[in-house]
Design a protein around this ligand. Sequence first.
Ligand code: ATP
Length: 233
Amino acid sequence: MNILETENLQARHGLLEAVRGVSFALAKGETLALVGANGAGKSTLLRTLAGAHPVAGGHIRLNSDDVTALPSHKRVSRGIALVPEGRRMFASMTVAENLKLGTMAGRKGDWSIEKILEIFPNLKKRINSKTGHLSGGEQQATAIGRALMSNPDILLLDEVSLGLSPLIVDRVYASLGGLITSGTTVVLVEQDLARAMSVADRVICMLEGRVVLEGRAKDLTREQVTEAYFGLR
Ligand code: ATP
């Protein structure tokens, strides 16, 4: 069964049509990478899925229920969690306090602070540090951990690599690998095509708000995705 479906989804910034009729379906446990050039509409699509940006048309279905009209907090309660671009941490709160915020949605599940520390062991010694004092990689781990603490069925990750050194990006992705194999459905926006194709089951390439290429990562070549990325197909 599909856990997430969009049908002709549209979103705007004022007059600008940032997402122009996007339809896709995602099965439980799949990892979908959204790729595309700057301004293609990836972040707007992700934020629209999370309810952080208004829907201008079309539908979003979660476990076959239409959630298009639900505000973001109700979507979190239904199992969609967003890790926004730029991490948006509460800098004066500790890692533990930030992680506990994730439980406010009241969803039951297996995630606990102990389990978060298993996938992000570098946070152990920082658990009582204020997040404003952490490195970029530690902040990213905290942001992902906070989202996981809401026990999501679907985790939406917006450019987790942004502003991190290549070494730290490797660590964050190594940790995500464990998460992905644990069966969580993941939708991620990733600028790095090679990384996106290596981590994802499915790839959607966007151009000017539209889906220009969609397929299983193992069936697509780098050339096909690169051509779609630059609008050459
Ligand atoms: P990037 O990788 O640069 O974040 P993206 O594919 O995620 O790109 P979006 O950020 O969704 O693309 O932007 C889609 C379009 O909407 C772009 O033309 C962008 O300039 C515009 N846009 C995004 N945010 C806003 C905003 N807050 N106000 C007005 N226009 C916006």
